[in-house]
Design a protein around this ligand. Structure first.
Ligand code: ADP
Ligand code: GLC
Length: 474
């Protein structure tokens, strides 16, 4: 059976966040289980595309409203990712350096979706399942079911839409409808939510099934965290399922991770985990002997990054300087500026690296004692799973995938520290508990050993996706 994953991101080709990690791993694990899984994504002008060889497997032209677009489908020739990778290239539109952030994002992703379908139709490369990830590919289920040009595709395949992040829905004004392939006007309502085109809503309405990246997040979407789509999610919940993400143990494994200073496993982590901490602390002039709490991520409201300055300041003061913090990330300029001030005021206790740095993130997961995730919304969250695999105890807000994967230490089989309120008080309460716990070295080492042994591998979740696909094809 054949599945095509359509996505804006895929690790290591182009990564902004966890979407890339998932799309870079799930197809590989599906192939290991005997499926034929491939990824189709926009072409980007990035190091991966410059450093790998591609073959043009199809060329053509589409017309979107008044724009004539010549495109190529490029296939990576060496199968370096463990699945076939197809990239859609359109000069001037799908040949950019960044994944997001352009004024014509909407057109960029419409073109990507239309070309992908056009190519499948023309070459008769029709999968059993078209698996769409997030709103960037959310118009595909509508198009294969209702666009005159693609209906014959729709009759031969099933669609799955996965919501990785319901906060972003790809809203666009109705004037953009002219860029879409023709469909019966009576079906236009399927694209609409609140008088604008909403690709995420269209995906939920038109896909054969929609999934979320944890069970907890699905419940939140149905009740209070649906970013305006709660009633839609409820209405369509009969075809929904939450499947937790896994982690790619070929990339995220402290025993083999090439980006670490020293490798280690659950039985011998104490000294080698510390070598990573020493490296990190030396590089950023922090005291290795103090507990180190880190944050990695986008400075966005849903991540609670705006809370970091208040948390860091208060904890350093309340613990009289006996705790260190490290932050890797970028985004909201106010948060960046407040953190810069703190770095100056609390040098020696707080350091940061503003920007995106994949190798450094691995050293942080290994070299920190705790990982802080004060997320307001967290559909799954991969950071906490990476951190646990590396023996770093998570401190998380009780939400979505964080609640599903990090039970509090006060519970049976607890794995980390939870807090309820997405504010400075809530987070500081949990951090104080963690630091008090850290004083008992024997207990904290036992917990580290336990969390390193947890099986977060993709195998289990891959089987669930395959089960889902099979049920759709019945
Ligand atoms: P999200 O996709 O919402 O950002 P996830 O927890 O699913 O959150 O995944 C985030 C991924 O991005 C992880 O692989 C994390 O290590 C990585 N990441 C986030 N920010 C950075 C950064 N500044 N530098 C390196 N990696 C980062
Ligand atoms: C999104 C979510 C994150 C999830 C990731 C991968 O970016 O914000 O929680 O882990 O997608 O599914």
């Amino acid at each position: 059976m054949k599945v095509f994953h359509l996505s804006a991101e895929c690790y290591p080709v182009a990564k902004v966040g966890g979407l890339a990690d998932v799309v870079g791993a799930l197809p590989k694990y599906q192939n290991k289980l005997g499926w034929e899984a491939s990824v189709i994504m926009p072409w980007y002008n990035r190091s991966f595309t410059r450093e790998h060889s591609f073959q043009t497997v199809f060329e053509g032209k589409i017309i979107l409203r008044d724009r004539e677009l010549n495109f190529q489908i490029l296939k990576e020739t060496q199968n370096v990712l463990g699945f076939d990778l197809y990239m859609v290239r359109i000069d001037g539109l799908l040949d950019r350096e960044n994944v997001y952030g352009y004024d014509d994002d909407a057109l960029q992703f419409i073109a990507f979706q239309v070309v992908s379908l056009h190519w499948m139709k023309e070459t008769k490369s029709i999968p059993d399942i078209l698996h769409c990830h997030d709103h960037h590919t959310g118009l595909v289920p509508f198009m294969v079911n209702h666009a005159h040009d693609f209906k014959e595709l729709g009759s031969q395949l099933k669609t799955v839409g996965t919501i990785h992040n319901g906060e972003y829905q790809g809203w666009m004004g109705w004037e953009m409808v002219n860029f879409l392939p023709n469909f019966d006007i009576a079906n236009g309502g399927l694209l609409d939510w609140g008088n604008i085109i909403n690709p995420m809503a269209a995906m939920v309405k038109c896909a054969d099934v929609f999934t979320t990246v944890s069970e907890g997040y699905l419940q939140e979407l149905l009740t209070n965290s649906g970013a305006g789509l709660e009633s839609l999610y409820q209405q369509e919940s009969f075809k929904s399922i939450g499947i937790i993400n896994g982690i790619d143990s070929e990339v995220w494994n402290p025993k083999t991770d090439q980006m670490l200073i020293a490798n280690y496993g659950a039985t011998n982590f104490v000294s080698n985990k510390k070598k990573n901490k020493e490296e990190l602390c030396e590089r950023y002039r922090l005291n290795t002997n103090l507990p180190l709490i880190s944050f990695i991520g986008r400075f966005a409201t849903e991540k609670g990054a705006d809370l970091l300055p208040g948390i860091i300041e208060r904890m350093i003061v309340e613990r009289s300087g006996d705790v260190n913090f490290f932050v890797l990330g970028s985004g909201d300029p106010t948060t960046e500026n407040r953190l810069k001030e703190l770095q100056y005021r609390f040098s020696g206790n707080f350091a940061m690296d503003l920007g995106y740095n994949e190798p450094l993130s691995h050293i942080i997961y290994a070299g920190s004692d705790y990982l802080l995730m004060p997320s307001r919304v967290e559909p799954c969250g991969l950071n906490q799973m990476y951190s646990m695999s590396y023996g770093t105890i998570p401190i998380v807000r009780k939400t979505g995938g964080l609640n599903d994967t990090v039970p509090d230490v006060s519970e049976e089989n607890g794995r980390g520290f939870q807090f309820n309120d997405a504010d400075v008080n809530g987070a500081c309460w949990a951090i104080h508990r963690a630091l008090d716990f850290e004083a008992d070295k024997k207990a904290s080492q036992k917990l580290r050993r336990q969390i390193m042994k947890i099986d977060f591998s993709w195998e289990k979740s891959t089987k669930k996706y395959i089960e889902l696909y099979k049920n759709l094809k019945k």
